[in-house]
Each structure stands twice: as C-alpha cells, then as structure tokens.
Design a protein around this ligand. Structure first.
Ligand code: ATP
Ligand code: MG
Length: 445
C-alpha cells in the first residue's frame, strides 16, 4: 500500500489553472455534480497539462457519485464496463469519462489466480507474477489519487473552490520535470507493465526525466513487458509513436530494453549495422515533423517508417534467392506479422496496408510510371507517396521520382517527361474469336 500523506491544497490564486482553459462540457459536468452535492474533480493528465500550459488531450472527471447517481443526473450518460462501471457522457462531438473514486486493493481482499475460488468473482485479482488483473472497489478521493501511476498524474482540480489538490509529490515533481511512480516502482511496474511504456511516453513527450532509481528498475523489468495484453500494447504503441515524439520515445525504448522485449527480431536487425539505426532515427524524425505540420501519420505509415527498411532488406534477400519480388515481400511481411502479433496485436487491415505501401514503391520509382492516373486512385496511394517522401528525405534515393510525382499531382505537366503513348491509354485488347468446338457440351457450374 502507498503511504498516505497530508494533501497539499493550492488555492486558486496559488496556481495557474483558469476555468477558461477547461473544456466547456467538462466544466458544465463538474458544476452539475457539485450543484447536486457531490465532490467533483478534474483528474489525471488534464490537470498535469493545464499546469504545464499544454493543451490536454482529454478531460477526465472523478466524483463520489456512484455510476447509478451519475446516470440519473445526466440524460446523455451511458454506463460502460462490466466490472468497473464508468459513465460516458455523450456530447455532440465528444465523449467525457466520469468515474467514481476508486481504491487500491486492501491487503485482506486481494485474491490470487490460484486461490480465487469464491462463488462471487473477487473485486481485486492479481496473478502469480503480481500483475493486477482486476481492480474494482470504490474509494475516497485520496485513495483514487494514490492508485494512479505517476505523481504528476495524481493531481486534482476541485470545482468547489478551484483549488489544486496534491496527495503525493506531483507539484514538486512537475516543477523539477521528474517522472516518479506513486509508491514502489518495482511493485507498480509489476502490477501493470504498461506503466513502463507510459513512463517513457511522458518523459519523451513532455521532456521530463525518469527518476534515476525508477529508470534502473524499469530497465531491469523491461523484459516483462510482453505480459501485458497484446491489444493494449498496440494501443499504447500508437500513442508512443504517433503523437509527435516518436524519435525520443524510440531512444528511450531502445536504451531501456523495452524495444528488444517488444520486437526482438527487429531490435537485432537494428543493431546489426549502424546505418539501420540512422535510417530509422531519420524516418521517425520525419514522422514527428509530419505531426507538427498538422498531418499526423496513419498507423500504417508509422509502421512503414519504423519497420519498412528492415522489411525491404528482408524482401531483397529473398528476391536475390530467386523468389519474385512481390512474393518475397508478401512472405517477409507475413513472417513479420506472425512474430509481431505474439506480443503486439496489430489489426490485420493495418498489416495489410503496410504491405501495400511497400509493394507500391517500385511502381512509384519507375520513371515514367505506367498509368499514373490509375495509380493515384488506388486507396493506398497517399500513404505510399508519404513513405516515398520519407525515404527520399532520409536516404536520398529516388528524388527524381518524387519530383515527377509532385509535379504530376500539382498538375504542372511542363515538368513531366513525355509519357510513352501506350501507357496513358490502356492498350486495346485484341478480341479473340472463340472457336467453336464441334459437338461441345455446355456444363453448368
Ligand atoms: P494523455 O491523455 O495525455 O495521454 P493521461 O495521463 O491523461 O495522458 P490517460 O490514459 O488519459 O493518460 O489516463 C488518465 C489518467 O488515468 C492518468 O493521468 C493516470 O492518473 C490514470 N492512469 C492511466 N493509466 C494508468 C495505469 N496504467 N495505472 C495507473 N493509473 C493510470
Ligand atoms: Mg488523458
């Protein structure tokens, strides 16, 4: 259990959060809960980000109202979650999450997988490795704060008096830009290995430092990351790589051993040749630039930026062994997906789109291309072009092809080399006359 401390309460004039910065729907929800006599706090990442003057990605609300009471107060409420009921408030273009304060496992209630034989399913369940499988008990505001992952994520903003409440060392860690788990890092990372990825993500995206003792434990426990559910790891991977800090995220994953634990084959390839690392770093920097320019990468483009070079190399090796290029790429991608999905569950459509992006490249490189207008209408064209742009920027190859396509797409046909006449219009097919076989019998199939 995490040691309880006197909470630090910072009154309105002692902090920088103003109601103007709070999402209007969240503000209305907080007011309504308070008007009906409930405690209502903004909690989690939004308080952290508001104090750092960053725009929060979402506004989470915690209250002492039970899910049933929340449902009665808000007509737009739907309760979700079978074990732990959460309230989702549906607004025109967003959903807000309102949760009832939760507590960590009281020692006498923790059940293990082995002993969990009671008729009623236990509210808390841990497995033999100490990983929390269920965590479903209502608690006080303080208990709710102390079961959160990091001190900077455990701050609350109280709508009753506009104060900020710190139950741990969140405010001082925020000032010193430190990522520190609440309680013992070994226990907290064992309970939920995904917290290691979250530590890396916040350190990279917020330019914070992971507290040194915590970093050591994270490195020591990095090999346990595959214990987390593959679907959850995929969700976390998207957040790690698609939100503008892929490059610093990657270095921390690599240094900590998390990368090797998640993608062992890829990590071996990466360190086989220093150029591999250079290419991947440069690709990820390009992804971050895309994000900053307001065109966030799609999941398959991110996958191509990260794994494309290794898959292309694998394809080339197979092709040199005599396998046709297309077939070589298909089998390289299939083997990659099979290995990958054991740890991180990539949706099949994303894996397929990754394969198509790579398969499209030779057609984009071919100068002049065959039937460019038809190529533009293919669904994977935009992502394949983005990947071409990425590889021109990082490897400097195929620049002429990229310039040709840019000119073609901007309709500046003066820059285009003349196209061979037989490529612009589909070649006329000669109609073959069907020879009738005498006495042939037609069979219905
Ligand atoms: P962002 O939304 O900017 O990615 P966040 O910190 O708000 O960051 P969320 O996933 O929205 O992250 O989670 C909201 C809050 O829930 C967190 O701030 C943290 O307090 C708590 N939380 C999320 N995941 C965990 C976890 N694995 N263990 C403990 N607490 C967690
Ligand atoms: Mg959040």
């Amino acid at each position: 259990m995490v040691k309880k401390m006197q909470p630090l309460i910072i009154p309105r004039k002692g902090h920088s959060i103003s109601r103007k910065q709070v999402n209007p729907n969240a503000l209305r929800t907080l007011h309504r809960l308070r008007d009906y006599g409930f405690i209502a706090y903004l909690v989690g990442g939004c308080v952290r980000d508001l104090l750092l003057k960053r725009t929060p990605t979402d506004f989470d609300i915690a209250t002492n109202a039970t899910p049933g009471q929340i449902k009665r107060l808000f007509r737009n409420c739907r309760l979700v979650g079978r074990r732990f009921r959460l309230a989702h408030l549906h607004f025109k273009d967003e959903i807000l999450e309102v949760s009832t304060f939760r507590a960590a496992a009281p020692a006498d209630e923790v059940d293990t997988e082995e002993t969990g034989q009671s008729k009623k399913p236990p509210r808390h369940l841990i497995n033999d490795d100490g990983m929390v499988l269920r965590d479903n008990v209502f608690g006080t505001p303080e208990e709710d704060a102390l079961r959160r992952d990091f001190t900077i994520n455990a701050l609350a903003y109280n709508i009753a008096d506009f104060s900020v409440i710190d139950y741990s060392t969140g405010l001082s860690d925020l000032k010193q830009r430190i990522i520190r788990p609440i309680g013992d890092p070994f226990v907290r990372f064992t309970e939920d290995p995904v917290r290691m990825l979250r530590a890396v993500r916040f350190a990279a995206s917020h330019n914070f430092v992971i507290e040194p003792a915590t970093w050591e434990i994270l490195c020591a426990l990095s090999s346990t990351i595959p214990r987390a559910a593959p679907a959850r790891l995929y969700e976390e991977m998207l957040k790690l790589f698609m939100l503008g800090s892929a490059r610093p995220v990657f270095s921390l994953l690599d240094e900590s051993g998390l990368l090797a634990a998640l993608f062992s084959g890829f990590s071996q390839w990466l360190h086989r040749n220093s150029q591999h690392l250079t290419f991947v770093h440069a690709n990820l920097e390009c992804l971050d630039k895309l994000y900053r320019s307001g065109t966030p990468p799609s999941p398959s483009l991110f996958m191509a930026a990260l794994f494309g070079s290794s898959l292309e190399e694998e394809t080339l090796l197979r092709h040199r062994d005599g396998i046709p290029r297309q077939q070589a790429l298909d089998s390289a991608c299939a083997i990659f997906m099979e290995e990958f999905c054991k740890t991180v569950c990539i949706p099949a459509r994303v894996g397929d789109r990754l394969r198509r992006i790579l398969a499209f490249q030779p057609s984009l490189h071919r100068m002049p291309p065959r039937r460019p207008a038809a190529m533009v209408s293919r669904p994977e064209f935009a992502e394949a072009m983005a990947y071409l742009r990425l590889s021109v920027e990082t490897r400097g190859e195929n620049r002429a092809a990229l310039e040709w396509w840019d000119a073609f797409l901007s309709d500046d046909h003066s820059v285009m080399p003349p196209e061979p006449s037989n490529t612009e219009t589909p070649a006329k097919r000669r109609r073959r006359k069907r020879r009738r076989r005498p006495n042939s019998v037609q069979v219905a199939v």
